[in-house]
Design a protein around this ligand. Structure first.
Ligand code: PLP
Length: 455
């Protein structure tokens, strides 16, 4: 395929016609978007021929790397056999069924928290809307319709639809569109670097941070709380990795009050944390698991919810018709690509790699960033990494918002051929799971170079 383009022309058409997500539209008029034209392995190229190591896997999704012919073949073959059919009116299709069964087989079984059922959508946002619908239906069917409130966390990201953005805890998103919608409330995130008290260990902080959930449940009223939703590791919020004590304490609290636990694994599933599902890393037992992104490595949109037996049995046995779904729920082409993607991950032992020696090597090399004068703390969990940039390493004094230190660092990354994301004063990565040791070394050199230039 011809990837040579007239950059200026594409940029002019882009700013004239394409309203980009999460973008100040005027920025594109002034500077023009970087036009990405091709990709292979862990690298992408722009229209000027510049090669960049994609340490963000696109947007946390290209887990098996770029240029996988098998995924294109799976899409082509499925399109020729059956490009589309709905799953609304007692019809189904083979890839959607096979994928649901495959996901059920990959999910670990933990008592009444095992997973046999999948509800499909096309994105993480839609999946979280489905969660809201399912959770409320569940409590209605159990004769407790007043249990409507879903508790989430500040700085969480759960998508961009009305429900997704409301569940999320991004103040900038809430400020546009009169959000959150009713019956969604938030607690503080478990960010030790920011919220730990002097002298408090990370483990002590983890228990205290989980305790904010119990306080909120009691403040709202136990009989009004339907569910708690959280990402295993907060991704878009800046890779906020909870202390080891956080999730066990959250589990104790949700069990104590009988509320549902939703694990939003749009980023954390499919090997990102070294397991098929992110909750396995921390050993908790969710009732609903949101997935998207990595299930197809981003080659085609697909999302959904793994519905645990506790919820599924009520929906099936007591439910009648569930008045919710999408035209593309169980899209055959997307499901065929997902099956091929999972096959690649299994054959190449990518999940085991992140959990094993490769993941340990990545963690060790990333931890070396702690020695850099600009870095307040550098942490990894599986194949996500975050670091906070500080003005003063000794006192841990933070930069001011107007310093825009993350954006400065991000620009140096781009100029050096590295895609790393900035979230305020945090720099974050989520590299493809197919990174080699040499790729990790190259990545670390590029990060060091960008940090040196930011100093
Ligand atoms: N949930 C989490 C944890 C996410 O990270 C994202 C996207 O980054 C979403 C939900 C929304 O997914 P989508 O953009 O596919 O709607």
């Amino acid at each position: 395929m011809n990837t040579v383009v007239d950059t200026k022309l594409i940029q002019a058409l882009d700013s004239a016609h394409f309203l980009h997500p999460f973008t100040d539209f005027k920025d594109l008029n002034d500077r023009g978007a970087r036009v990405i034209t091709k990709a292979e392995g862990v690298y992408v190229w722009d229209s000027e021929g510049k090669r960049m190591l994609d340490a963000m896997s696109g947007l946390w999704c290209v887990n098996v790397g770029y240029g996988r012919k098998e995924l294109a073949d799976a899409a082509y073959q499925q399109m020729m056999a059956l490009p589309y059919y709905n799953s609304f009116f007692q019809t189904t299709n083979v890839p959607a069924v096979q994928l649901a069964a495959k996901l059920a087989s990959l999910a670990p079984k933990v008592g009444d928290r095992s997973f046999k059922h999948v509800f499909y959508s096309s994105s993480g946002s839609e999946s979280n809307d489905s969660n809201v619908r399912m959770v409320r239906r569940y409590w209605d069917l159990l004769g407790q319709p007043e249990r409507k409130v879903i508790i989430s966390r500040n700085n969480a990201y759960h998508g961009s639809t009305m429900a997704g953005a409301s569940l999320g805890g991004m103040s900038g998103m809430h400020a546009q569109g009169d959000l959150p919608i009713p019956n969604i409330t938030h607690i503080e995130q478990p960010y030790y670097f920011e919220n730990g008290k002097p002298g408090e260990t990370a483990e002590e902080f983890g228990v205290r941070a989980a305790g904010w959930l119990e306080e909120k449940i009691l403040a709202v009223g136990v009989d009004k709380v339907a569910a708690f939703i959280a990402e295993p590791v907060q991704g878009a919020g800046g890779v906020i990795i909870p202390p080891s004590t956080y999730w066990p304490e959250i589990q104790r609290i949700v069990d104590k009050y009988g509320i549902l636990l939703i694990s939003d694994e749009v980023i954390c599933a499919f090997g990102r944390l070294g397991h098929w599902f992110g909750y396995e890393k921390f050993g908790y037992k969710p009732d609903l698991v949101t997935f998207a992104k990595g299930i197809t490595s981003g080659y085609i949109p697909l999302g959904g919810v793994m519905v645990g037996n506790r919820v599924a049995e009520v929906l099936i046995e007591k439910g009648g018709e569930f008045n919710h779904g999408y035209t593309y729920s169980g899209h055959p082409v997307a499901c065929a690509v997902a099956l091929a993607n999972i096959e690649i991950m299994e054959r190449e032992h990518l999940v085991e790699g992140v959990r094993g020696e490769l993941g340990a090597y990545f963690a060790k090399r990333y931890a070396e960033l702690n020695a850099h004068p600009l870095v307040g703390a550098a942490e990894t969990c599986g194949f996500v990494g975050g670091l906070v940039l500080v003005k003063n390493k000794q006192t841990k004094e933070r930069f001011k918002e107007e310093d825009a230190v993350g954006m400065v660092c991000r620009a140096h990354c781009f100029n050096n051929g590295l895609i790393m994301r900035a979230v305020g004063d945090r720099m974050i990565i989520a590299p493809p799971l197919v990174m080699t040791h040499a790729d990790i070394d190259a990545l670390m050199d590029l990060i060091h170079m960008a940090l040196d230039k930011t100093l």
